[in-house]
Design a protein around this ligand. Structure first.
Ligand SMILES: [Zn+2]
Length: 94
C-alpha cells in the first residue's frame, strides 16, 4: 500500500517526520515517527527528558562541598591570625 497524502491514518506531516532509529529486538530500526525536535519516537525515549543535571546519587554528605571547603579555609585563616597575636603583650591591670 502506498502512502497517500490524504491517508487519514497517517497525515502527511506524520509521514514526513524523521524516523526513529532505535534498534528493535529483531535488530531492525524502529522507523516510527520521531518526537518533534528529538531523534527517537515516543516509545523509545523521545519524550523522556533524560537524567537530571548533575550526579545527585554520589552526594553522601557536604564535607567536601564547595561551601564547606571555603568555610574551613576561612576558619584556618582566622586561626593563623589568632596564633600570630603576641600573648606576651602587657596586660591591662584593673
Ligand atoms: Zn522508536
Amino acid at each position: 500500500m502506498q502512502h497517500l497524502p490524504s491517508n487519514p491514518l497517517q497525515p502527511a506531516i506524520l509521514a514526513a517526520a524523521p524516523r526513529c532509529l532505535a534498534r528493535t529486538r529483531s535488530g531492525t530500526e524502529c522507523r516510527s515517527p520521531a518526537v518533534k525536535g528529538r531523534r527517537r519516537c515516543r516509545m523509545h525515549g523521545g519524550t523522556n527528558p533524560g537524567a537530571p543535571a548533575g550526579n545527585r546519587n554520589a552526594w553522601k554528605h557536604g564535607g567536601r562541598a564547595g561551601a564547606s571547603l571555603s568555610e574551613a579555609r576561612q576558619l584556618r585563616a582566622m586561626l593563623m591570625l589568632a596564633k600570630q597575636i603576641d600573648h606576651r603583650s602587657p596586660q591591662i591591670e584593673n
